[in-house]
Ligand binder design. Structure first.
Ligand code: OGA
Ligand code: MN
Length: 326
C-alpha cells in the first residue's frame, strides 16, 4: 500500500504537474489544489489525473477555472461522453448550452429556484441515496466530472458524500467473498425504483418492474485497478435467481456494510470552479441536500463518461433505450 502511494507521489512530483495534494482518507479520495485550467487542458495533466482517479476513486480539484468548454475538453480525455439527447427528444428542455452537460442544479430555465414540490424536485430526491450514475442505462457510466458554477452560502448544505465500494469488498469475510463469487449474482438496476423509494407518493403510480432494467454483476473486478468491487446502488431493484425476500436481505446486508462511516468521505464544495471527478465503477455517491435547497441556487453541471471496460454493458443489449423518461 505504502509503496504504491509513493509511486503515485513520485509520478506526480516528477512531472510539470505541480499541484498540492492531500488524501481525504487512507487510499480513498484525493484533493488537489493549484491545478489551474485557465490556459487550457494539458494532455499530460489530464492523464495523470485519470491515473489518480483510478487509484483513489474520487479526486477533488479546487479552483480549476474551468468553463463549460474546458470542462468538456477535460472530460473527453477520459473517454466517450454520454449526452442528454434522448431526454431532449422526449421533450425535456435544456437550460445549458451543451448536450453533453447534465444539469444537476436546483435552477429552473428562467433562473429561479426549483419549487421543491415540482416533479423535477421530486425526481431529484433519488440523488440523496447512495448510487452510481447510469447503472440503469444499457451502457453504464464510467467517470463523472461535476463542476460547481454557483454555490449556496457556506453552512447551508449541498455537500456530496462518497463511499468506497472496493474497500467494502476487501473487508468482507473470506467466506462471504467466496459465496458471492460462486453465486455470481446479477443485480437489476432501475432509476424508477430509487426515485420511488425517495419520493413514494409522487411515484405511487409507477411500477418499476414494468420497465426494462440494467443488469450488472454484483461482485466484479474494477478492471482499471485490478481490484474487486461491490457494484451497488440504491437503483438495485432486485437480485436475480433468488426469492424477493432473500434478494432484499442480501441487498440490505451489502448496502449497509458498504455505506458504513469508515468507507465514507464528505466533500464540501468551497468555491465556484471546484471540480469532483469520480469513478462510478468503484464508488457510490449521494447529494447531501440541506436548507439551501429552496433558498439559494446551486448550479452544478456534470459531464458523464461512458464506461469502456468489458463490464460497461453488463448483461444488457447494446441499445440506446433510456429509463425514467416521461
Ligand atoms: C450527480 C450527483 C450529487 C450532488 O451529479 O450525479 O449525484 O451533490 N450529484 O449534486
Ligand atoms: Mn449521481
Amino acid at each position: 500500500m505504502a509503496s504504491t502511494t509513493t509511486t503515485v507521489k513520485e509520478r506526480v512530483s516528477a512531472s510539470n504537474f505541480g499541484p498540492q495534494y492531500r488524501e481525504l482518507s487512507p487510499g480513498f479520495g484525493l484533493e488537489l489544489t493549484g491545478c489551474d485550467f485557465s490556459k487550457g487542458v494539458p494532455k499530460s495533466m489530464s492523464l495523470q489525473i485519470k491515473e489518480l482517479v483510478v487509484k483513489y476513486g474520487v479526486v477533488v480539484i479546487r479552483k480549476t477555472n474551468l468553463t463549460d468548454e474546458t470542462h468538456l475538453e477535460l472530460a473527453r480525455t477520459f473517454g466517450e461522453l454520454d449526452d442528454i439527447k434522448p431526454y431532449l427528444k422526449a421533450g425535456r428542455p435544456n437550460r445549458l448550452k451543451y448536450h453533453e452537460l447534465f444539469d444537476v442544479s436546483n435552477v429552473e430555465l428562467d433562473g429561479s429556484i426549483l419549487d421543491p414540490l415540482s416533479p423535477r424536485a421530486q425526481a431529484n430526491k433519488g440523488n440523496s441515496s447512495f448510487h452510481v450514475d447510469s447503472s440503469f442505462n444499457p451502457r453504464r457510466a464510467g467517470y463523472s466530472l461535476l463542476l460547481a458554477h454557483e454555490l449556496p452560502p457556506r453552512g447551508t448544505g449541498g455537500s456530496t458524500e462518497f463511499a468506497d465500494t472496493r474497500a467494502a469488498w476487501d473487508d468482507l469475510v473470506e467466506a462471504k467473498k467466496s459465496a458471492l463469487l460462486e453465486a455470481d449474482y446479477i443485480a437489476c438496476h432501475s432509476i424508477l425504483h430509487s426515485k420511488k423509494l425517495a419520493a413514494p407518493e409522487h411515484f405511487a403510480h409507477i411500477e418499476p418492474a414494468d420497465y426494462p432494467m440494467g443488469r450488472h454483476k454484483l461482485a466484479q473486478k474494477h478492471e482499471a485497478s485490478g481490484r474487486m468491487n461491490l457494484y451497488l446502488a440504491a437503483h438495485i431493484h432486485h437480485i436475480e435467481g433468488i426469492s424477493s425476500e432473500k434478494s432484499q436481505a442480501l441487498f440490505d446486508e451489502l448496502f449497509s456494510h458498504a455505506t458504513q462511516a469508515k468507507y465514507r468521505i464528505t466533500i464540501d464544495w468551497e468555491d465556484v470552479g471546484d471540480l469532483v471527478i469520480w469513478d462510478n465503477t468503484c464508488t457510490m455517491h449521494r447529494a447531501m441536500g440541506g436548507e439551501f435547497a429552496n433558498k439559494y441556487r446551486r448550479d452544478m453541471r456534470r459531464a458523464t463518461v461512458h464506461d469502456d471496460s468489458t463490464q460497461a454493458w453488463g448483461l444488457n443489449e447494446h441499445t440506446d433505450v433510456r429509463q425514467g423518461l416521461p
